[in-house]
Design a binder for this molecule. Structure first.
Ligand code: 5CA
Ligand code: ZN
Length: 413
C-alpha cells in the first residue's frame, strides 16, 4: 500500500558515529554494522483505532534509528506492515457496525497523516497483510515442507519445537511464556495442539469472517507469519533490526524468529531485536483494548504543534516505560518557543560541538534526552540570562542548528 510523504533530511556537515542499539535477545548493546543499506523492519499498526501516544513513541524511536544510520552515512531500507486483517480489527468493525475494510482504510489513512505530521520518515515498503496473502501462503508451504506445520480442525499451527532456538530471543522461561501467551493473542488451552505455545499460521474460514482461497482451504493469515513473510520478502535474511514495542518481545518476535529459522536453518531472522518501552496513561499501558488513550490526531485537531508532541516523546528514553502527562506537552510548547527565539537570532553559541554531541548521543542507543539537553544548553548559551543574544561567536549557528534539529531529531522549527 501507499506510505505517507517522507520529509526531506538535511545533509549535516559532520558524519555521525556507528550506531549502537540494545538487543533484547542478548540484553546487550550491539554496534550495528549494516552492509550496504541498513535494513529495518518495524511492526506496524492494527488499524482499528487512531494512533495513540504509545504508537507514536515507538515509531519516533525507530525514526531516530533511521536518522542515526543516515547521519552515519548509511542508506536505510525501512519496511513496516499494517495488520489490516486480524481478530481485534474484525471485532471492532462488528461492534461499531462498519465494514472491516472501511475501518482499516480509514484508520490507516489517519495513521499516515499522524506520521507525516510528526515528521517520521516513511518506510520504503508499507505493506498490508491482505495484499501479502500470497507471500504468507508461500512461507507456510515452506514451513510445511520442513515438517513444522500441523492442523487442528481447519486451522494450521506452527510447532515451536521445530526451532531449537525457540525462546532464546525473549529469554523467557516456559512458565513465563505460558503466562504471557493468552494475554497476547495466544491459545495455550486449545485441545489438539501438540505444544501449548504453538501458534496459528492459517485460520480456517469462519462464518461471518473474511477468508481467502489457499492450498490449505479458505482462511486468513495468522498474525506472526504475516510479519515474517513481509520482512523476509522485502529485507531478506539476517536483516539489521527487527523493531516494535516491548509488548511484542513475546510471542510476536519470538514466533517470527522461529518461523524464519525453520524456513531457512542456515539463516537468522534479524541481527538485533530492539524494543521501545510502553507508554502508560492513567496508570496503565495505553492500549486500544483498555481505552485509556491520548490520540495524536485529537491533539492535532486542537491545534497542538506536532513538533511539541514529538519533543515530549524525545524527552523520554525510548527503552523506558513512562506515563503521558498533559503538563509535559505544555512545557514542550514553551520550550519550543524559547528554541525558536534562539534560532531566530542567526548567530549564536558555537554549533559544531552540539552537532557532535547530538549525533553521539543518538548513536549510543538513541539517547534522545541527552541530545535534547545538548540543544537546550546551546539555547541557554545563545540567549544568556538576559534572554538576548549572549554568545555570538558562531555567525551561522542558527543555520547549523536548524539542520541538526531536523536531520537528527526530526524537529523542523
Ligand atoms: N499490528 C501489530 C504488530 S505486527 C501491533 O502490535 N499493532 S498495534 O497497533 O497494537 O501496535 C502498533 C505498534 O505500537 C507496535 O509496535 C506496538 O508494540 C506499539 N505499541 C502499542 N501500544 C504501545 C504503548 N502503549 N506504548 C508503546 N508502544 C506501543
Ligand atoms: Zn509484527
Amino acid at each position: 500500500m501507499r506510505a505517507w510523504p517522507s520529509p526531506d533530511v538535511p545533509v549535516l556537515p559532520t558524519t555521525g558515529p556507528a550506531v549502537t542499539l540494545h538487543d533484547s535477545a542478548t540484553d546487550a548493546l550491539v554496534t550495528t554494522s549494516p552492509r550496504g543499506a541498513a535494513r529495518m523492519y518495524v511492526c506496524g499498526i492494527t488499524p482499528y483505532d487512531a494512533t495513540h501516544m504509545g504508537h507514536a513513541a515507538t515509531y519516533v524511536a525507530f525514526d531516530l534509528l533511521n536518522r542515526a544510520w543516515r547521519s552515519a552515512g548509511h542508506e536505510v531500507t525501512y519496511v513496516q506492515n499494517v495488520t489490516d486483517v486480524d481478530d481485534p480489527l474484525l471485532e471492532r468493525a462488528t461492534r461499531v457496525n462498519v465494514d472491516w475494510r472501511e475501518l482499516a482504510l480509514r484508520e490507516t489513512e489517519l495513521f499516515r497523516q499522524d506520521m507525516a505530521a510528526l515528521r517520521v520518515l516513511a518506510p520504503a515498503h508499507f505493506v498490508g497483510a491482505v495484499e501479502s496473502i500470497p507471500l504468507v501462503v508461500d512461507l507456510i508451504e515452506t514451513l510445511q515442507a520442513a515438517g513444522s506445520i500441523y492442523a487442528v480442525e481447519d486451522d494450521l499451527y506452527f510447532s515451536v519445537t521445530a526451532d531449537p532456538a525457540f525462546g532464546s530471543h525473549s529469554r523467557l522461561s516456559t512458565a513465563q511464556m505460558l503466562e504471557i501467551y493468552p494475554e497476547r493473542g495466544g491459545d495455550p488451552e486449545r485441545p489438539g495442539k501438540r505444544d501449548p505455545l504453538d501458534c496459528v499460521v492459517w485460520r480456517g474460514a469462519r462464518e461471518g469472517e473474511p477468508s481467502w482461497e489457499s492450498p490449505f482451504g479458505p482462511g486468513r493469515p495468522g498474525w506472526h507469519v504475516e510479519c515474517t513473510a513481509i520482512a523476509m520478502e522485502h529485507l531478506g535474511g539476517a536483516f539489521d533490526v527487527q523493531g516494535g514495542g516491548s509488548d511484542l518481545v513475546f510471542p510476536h518476535h519470538e514466533m517470527c524468529a522461529g518461523h524464519a529459522h525453520v524456513a531457512d536453518p542456515t539463516n537468522v531472522f534479524a541481527q538485533v531485536y530492539a524494543h521501545a518501552g510502553m507508554v502508560a496513561y492513567d496508570g496503565e499501558k495505553m492500549s486500544k483494548s483498555r481505552g485509556n488513550l491520548v490520540f495524536v490526531s485529537a491533539l492535532r485537531n486542537s491545534d497542538v504543534d506536532p513538533m511539541a508532541i514529538r519533543l515530549v516523546l524525545l524527552n523520554h528514553h525510548y527503552r523506558s516505560d513512562w506515563e503521558w502527562l498533559d503538563g509535559e506537552l505544555w512545557e514542550a510548547v514553551d520550550t519550543l518557543q524559547t528554541w525558536r527565539r534562539a534560532l531566530s537570532l542567526g548567530a549564536g553559541a558555537p554549533a559544531e560541538p552540539v552537532v557532535t554531541e547530538v549525533l553521539t548521543a543518538l548513536a549510543e542507543d538513541l539517547d534522545a534526552p541527552r541530545a535534547v539537553a545538548a540543544v537546550q544548553a546551546w539555547v541557554d548559551a545563545t540567549l544568556g540570562v538576559s534572554g538576548h543574544l549572549a554568545d555570538a561567536s558562531d555567525a551561522d549557528a542558527a543555520l547549523t542548528m536548524h539542520s541538526l534539529l531536523d536531520a537528527a531529531l526530526g524537529l523542523a522549527l
